[in-house]
Design a protein around this ligand. Structure first.
Ligand code: PEP
Ligand code: MN
Length: 360
């Protein structure tokens, strides 16, 4: 995929003054709904109208999409508004139908990207077309699986390729519906700087109120576009109601988001600096998160020691940890002095936590 610049060139040729905006409902519900949303989006910065026609549901019984009928509505919306259209395809038959209805961009859903067999079937079906294909990350945090799917399309001769970051599923409940794991798209960006990267904040957030912040982080990381679920009446949407926003809210968001321009040496320097700084912010956030989790475990150990009447300070165990960390630190190019300082501070905080637990 070394010279895969086609989608980036296409984006540049569109001369957008902002990242690509793909917006539209989670699901196409009725013809009126699709047309209404399309016309409202026409007044915003949106270039591409999205709508799910076939909905992959984790559990059966939820709304599974209107099926091929909805493609006619999308096609009509395209004719009436001039917006490009995109939908999710999950097998060769979907691809055939989407191609027959002039769908401009095909996206591969997170539950499809996990399956190399299905990805290959879809890649074979789009072979020979000049469609744009956007590959969502797989549900599990696996960069190789994500890239593998992109490579299957590339090998099938599809060169207008991009990826969509929609977060990763976790068993534990977090503030996100799908954990962003920013480090994964950052690694992807470093490895394949020419592969356009689009954020889907809606499926990461699962709720409206944090979509803006997610978009701003993505823009600070130099993402190329946003795919945002948008509905004229979000609360009554047939799927993903809690995370959809109105076209009006989307319009306001694109005004409020700080978008960094791409041209000029000084600007380029600032962009790079900003991207690196945001990468550091992501790592700092992970550090604090890990430290917080570590202290919670220290609290549990404190409780256990209290029950069993054991002293807080266990010198032997502490010396073992230090020795191990100094060695691991060396492998990570961290000096012994730094490791000692940092782990003494961590140890002290753990002791403070345990003291509190034991004396409570
Ligand atoms: C969607 O975009 O509506 C969708 C089902 O997304 P994902 O594949 O990311 O879950
Ligand atoms: Mn959805």
């Amino acid at each position: 995929m070394e010279n895969n610049k086609e989608l980036r060139n296409w984006l540049a040729a569109m001369k957008l003054s902002h990242p690509l905006v793909i917006a539209g409902p989670c699901s196409a519900e009725t013809e009126e709904q699709v047309l209404k949303i399309a016309h409202q989006l026409k007044k915003t910065d949106t270039t591409v109208l999205r709508a799910g026609i076939w909905k992959p549901r984790t559990r059966p019984g939820n709304f599974e999409g209107v099926g091929a009928l909805g493609l006619k509505w999308l096609q009509k919306a395209k004719q009436e508004t001039g917006l490009m259209i995109t939908t999710e395809v999950a097998n060769a038959n979907h691809v055939d139908l989407a191609l027959k209805h002039d769908v401009d961009i095909l996206w591969i859903g997170a539950r499809t990207t996990v399956s190399p067999f299905i990805v290959q079937e879809i890649a074979d079906a789009v072979k020979g077309t000049d469609k744009i294909v956007l590959v969502k990350n797989p549900v599990n945090p696996d960069l190789a699986l994500w890239l593998g799917a992109v490579e299957r399309f590339y090998a099938a001769g599809i060169t207008k390729l991009g990826v969509i970051h929609r977060g990763f599923s976790t068993y534990e409940k977090t503030r996100y519906r799908n954990n962003p794991e920013w480090q994964i798209p950052i690694d992807l960006q470093n490895e394949f700087p020419d592969l356009p990267l689009i954020l889907d904040p809606s499926h990461i957030a699962g709720r409206r109120d944090i979509i803006f912040d997610l978009c701003q982080t993505a823009l600070d990381l130099n993402y190329d576009g946003l795919m945002i679920e948008t509905h004229h009446d979000p609360d009554n949407a047939w799927s993903d109601a809690a995370q959809q926003i109105t076209p009006k809210a989307l319009e306001q968001m694109t005004v409020d988001l700080k978008i960094r321009k791409q041209e000029g040496d000084a600007v380029e320097f600032k962009n790079k600096l900003n991207t690196l700084r945001t990468q550091i912010d992501v790592l700092d956030h992970q550090l604090l998160d890990s430290l917080g989790k570590r202290m919670k475990i220290a609290d549990d150990i404190g409780l256990l020691k209290k029950k069993n009447n054991v002293a807080i300070l266990q010198t032997k165990r502490w010396n073992e940890i230090l020795g191990r960390m100094i060695l691991e630190g060396e492998e990570n190019k961290l000096s012994e002095e730094f490791i000692l300082r940092i782990f003494k501070a961590i140890h002290q905080e753990s002791i403070n936590h345990q003291k509190k637990v034991i004396n409570d």
